[in-house]
Design a protein around this ligand. Structure first.
Ligand code: GYE
Length: 322
């Protein structure tokens, strides 16, 4: 079981790993002219967060002089596994990927390890006992994000509160962890109850569809907790279509803080957003260079994040990049 680390420090946790510990600097990099090639297996293009994340990785690879081979798995694990296998065949210097789901990676990562190609996990983690299968994991603490959402609700709910939850992709680390952190915090107020919880697959259309069903099946909905902005934005459409006012009749809490989410928050249609930072490109390229050079990297690099109220969103929007 991957250790869930809850510290919100910016960098360095646990003991450092040496990059050469389990397979060296990878491929035939350094020797063939020094250009690092990175194979990156992306989840897909399911959300505003993902689009910003992809752009950050592509831009920062260019800036760092790293040759990027990029694939989009369309939210399917088998596509990601295929992409990783092809990167192994192409003898890239380093493989980075954001695992669609947490489990089922050992076989392909063992193949990478045997081929001497280091692997970096970014954004989402895997659930494996064998931590030698990857060099480091760069990304958010999703349990902490769920806790922040729960804390806000506990502080702002009064009386019996019925919550519907729009979960992320089934089996994905952010879906599992954001649920866990939220439940942990709302347990403090037994008046708050999650009356329905279903996956909207992190997409706007998924959020809309699930919310439409909830509005039909649930006699009373006070709050929507959506695991990302896009599903929350889909829920807003469903709520309006049902003749209710999002942000007032039904309060909405989301995670990410991408531009469209922040706009809806500033407009009063979302009530609170927990930030999840997609701009991981620069840190990823720095880690890749170190790993390929056989230098030490921390086992876990956690992204620093905040939260936004409606007032804070209004203030932050003009400078928002994504
Ligand atoms: O919150 C969501 C995206 O893994 C953190 O994936 C990421 C999540 C993000 O689809 O919008």
């Amino acid at each position: 079981m991957l250790k869930k680390i809850t510290t919100v420090a910016s960098v360095v946790l646990l003991s450092a790993l040496t990059a050469c510990g389990s397979g060296g600097g990878g491929g035939d990099t350094g020797s063939s002219g020094g250009t690092i090639t990175m194979g990156f297996a992306q989840v897909g293009a399911e959300s505003g967060w993902r689009t910003a994340n992809t752009k950050s990785i592509q831009d920062e690879a260019k800036t760092a002089g790293i040759e990027l081979k990029f694939s989009d798995a369309q939210q399917k694990q088998e596509n990601q596994i295929k992409a990783i296998r092809s990167y192994i065949q192409q003898k890239v210097s380093v493989i980075a990927f954001s695992p669609v789901v947490e489990t089922g990676w050992d076989t392909v990562l063992l193949e990478a390890k045997r081929a001497n190609i280091p692997v970096i996990l970014t954004d989402r983690s895997i659930d494996s006992d064998d931590t030698s299968l990857y060099k480091t994991f760069l990304g958010s603490d999703f349990v902490e994000e769920g806790r922040k959402a729960g804390d806000w609700l506990v502080a702002n709910a009064s009386g019996p509160t019925s919550v519907v939850e729009l979960q992320g992709t089934t089996g994905a680390a952010p879906a599992i962890d954001r649920k866990t952190g939220f439940e942990e915090k709302i347990a403090a107020k037994p008046d708050i109850k999650v009356v329905a919880s279903q996956s909207g697959d992190f997409t706007r259309s998924g959020g809309k569809q699930v919310m439409e069903a909830f509005l039909k099946s649930q006699p009373k909905i006070d709050v929507v907790y959506a695991h990302n902005d896009d599903m929350g934005l889909g829920a807003i459409e469903a709520i309006k279509a049902a003749g209710k006012v999002p942000g007032k009749d039904i309060k909405i809490i989301t995670v990410d803080a991408v531009k469209d989410g922040m706009q809806a928050l500033a407009n009063g249609e979302i009530n609170f957003i927990v930030e999840c930072n997609p701009l991981l490109g620069k840190q990823l390229m720095d880690l890749a260079k170190k790993v390929v050079a056989g230098e030490q990297v921390p086992e876990r690099v956690v992204t620093v994040e905040g939260t936004f109220t409606q007032e804070q969103a209004k203030a932050a929007l003009p400078q928002r990049q994504y």
